[in-house]
Design a protein around this ligand. Structure first.
Ligand code: B12
Ligand code: SF4
Length: 424
């Protein structure tokens, strides 16, 4: 089967991430014997002619489109990012008779509602490697599609229990040659790399357990090092470990760092840390292995709010982790998520003062929490009447504790004026 895979993400908040998920789906489809062409649509430009050219050159039987972001999680001025995906799908439809399949995190959180909105022929909810290859085989043979894990068809309810969540041991590695990054720009790009999937922490607002499950699945460390080494050979030097929690399980994290160090790859990398489960041995090993920056999503500096968000660390652990990172020269990008259940003016101020006392290199502030289906936050929001009956939450809805609405935006902006290391 001839397949064209298209990444539509042109969102530039933080970075414009390379489409790792699509790369993995492309490699899995290729290994299953299909002819695959993958490309990323530029944010601006004549997408219609890019798609027409790709269709003319490749005559695909299937076009796969990835949807990474639903929205930008900005309560005051929400950007709805699925619109660009819907436009891309319409352009594909106009240019080709191929079956159009959508996938990616921005699809999988709300598969039925997203499929209705996007008007693709079908979607894969959850991980794409196994499911997309199985779908291509079934389409090629005109088999019954009902056994495809996570398949979402118009008008039907997806059986999420059947989304593929296999062990990662046998999954393909991303192929560096699929990144459309010119050779002379490669050292400046942060390549996303994933070593683990799943998160057991169950924070009250988070959609990740629905996407990846609550059991951590790990790649074999030697395979990770091989994958990084292939990228280094292709000219890449900077990596962004996109694992939800780099430091879990702690032994895996330490062993991974030790293996990266002894491979002598001379890379630089960023990772995401959960503020608990960090000790000096880990931070030293991270620094030795090339970690230069870590995201520290501590979200609040108020113990009661941390409990409400179901965080399993204390504020003093955040301080200890932050000091360790500073000691080993690892830049800290802190995150505060303000406005959740129980938040008051006092707790907001407590959090801001706490965050300031850490002397972070950068602090990202978010006021108002995006509500995702199936989360404890959704339940609270429904009980409090924040969400209208029948709202499927595809269009962004935010939780903001009562009484903060008028106050929190101006307060946070004022605070930022005097604290230039903060971003929103
Ligand atoms: C790491 C990460 C980041 C990093 C990215 C770093 C980098 N260089 O890549 C940073 C911190 C920069 C970031 C920023 C943002 N992020 Co982010 N991020 C993540 C995270 C934790 C992992 C993403 C990842 O790489 N996963 C690994 C790959 C392999 O998985 P995948 O892309 O999902 O692909 C698999 C499947 O989806 C599927 N698939 C993918 N494409 C396709 C296509 C087809 C055709 C098929 C069949 C299948 C398929 O198969 C793949 C392999 O199994 C996810 C949460 C999560 N656990 O998914 C959030 C997540 C993707 N981010 C999200 C958001 C919202 C954002 C921001 C908008 C936040 C903000 N307000 O700034 C920005 C936008 C950035 C941008 N410009 O696009 C949301 C997106 C959904 C949504 N709510 O809209 C997520 C899901 C978090 C969440 N729970 O809400 N993010
Ligand atoms: S630790 Fe991160 S990924 Fe895991 S549930 Fe909490 S917010 Fe989600």
């Amino acid at each position: 089967m001839r397949v064209v895979l298209i990444s539509t993400n042109s969102e530039t908040s933080h970075v414009t991430p390379l489409p790792l998920g699509l790369n993995l789906v492309a490699v899995a489809a290729r290994e299953a014997g299909h002819e695959v062409r993958m490309f990323t649509l530029p944010g601006s430009g004549d997408n219609a002619s890019i798609i027409r050219d790709a269709v003319r050159e490749h005559s695909p039987g299937v076009i796969g489109v990835s949807a990474r972001n639903v929205d930008d999680q900005n309560r005051e001025n929400p950007g709805f990012l699925l619109e660009a995906v819907r436009d891309t799908i319409a352009l594909c439809r106009a240019a080709s008779d191929a079956t159009i399949v959508v996938g990616g995190s921005g699809f999988s959180i709300f598969p039925e509602a997203a499929l209705r909105y996007l008007k693709a022929d079908m979607g894969i909810c959850g991980e794409g490697e196994t499911a997309f290859a199985a779908l291509l085989r079934a389409l090629e043979r005109r088999d019954d599609l009902s056994g495809i894990p996570g398949l979402c068809l118009p008008g039907a309810t997806v059986d999420r229990g059947r989304s593929a969540r296999a062990g990662l041991e046998t999954f393909p590695l991303p192929d560096p040659s699929l990144w459309s990054v010119p050779a002379d720009a490669r050292t400046g790009v942060w390549v996303p790399f994933q070593t683990r999937r799943g998160c057991p922490m169950r924070c009250s607002y988070c959609s990740t357990p629905a996407l990846e499950g609550t059991v951590i699945r790990k790649r074999v460390i030697e395979t990770v090092v091989e994958g990084i080494a292939r990228h280094v050979a292709a000219g890449f030097r900077h990596f962004y470990f996109v694992d939800n929690i780099f430091n879990l399980p702690p032994k895996y994290a330490k062993d991974l760092c030790a293996s990266l160090s002894s491979a002598g790859l001379r890379i630089r990398w960023h990772c995401i840390l959960y503020p608990g489960f960090v000790d000096e041995d880990l931070v030293r090993k991270m620094a030795e292995a090339g970690c230069i920056e870590a995201s520290l999503g501590f979200e609040s500096g108020c113990p009661a709010i941390l409990r409400n968000l179901n965080k399993k660390y204390e504020v003093e652990q955040v301080r200890t982790t932050s000091k360790l990172l500073e000691k080993y020269g690892i830049r800290r990008l802190g995150f505060l998520l303000l406005g959740g259940p129980g938040e008051t003016r006092e707790s907001v101020r407590e959090s801001l003062e706490f965050a300031d006392s850490l002397h972070l290199e950068t602090l990202k502030l978010t006021a108002g929490i995006r509500i995702y289906p199936g989360t404890p936050l959704e339940k609270t929001a429904r009980e409090e009447g924040v969400i209208a009956e029948g709202d499927d939450l595809l269009f962004p809805r935010f939780y903001l504790a009562r009484g903060l609405d008028e106050w929190i935006g101006p307060e946070v902006r004022e605070w930022m004026r005097n604290h230039p290391y903060c971003v929103m």
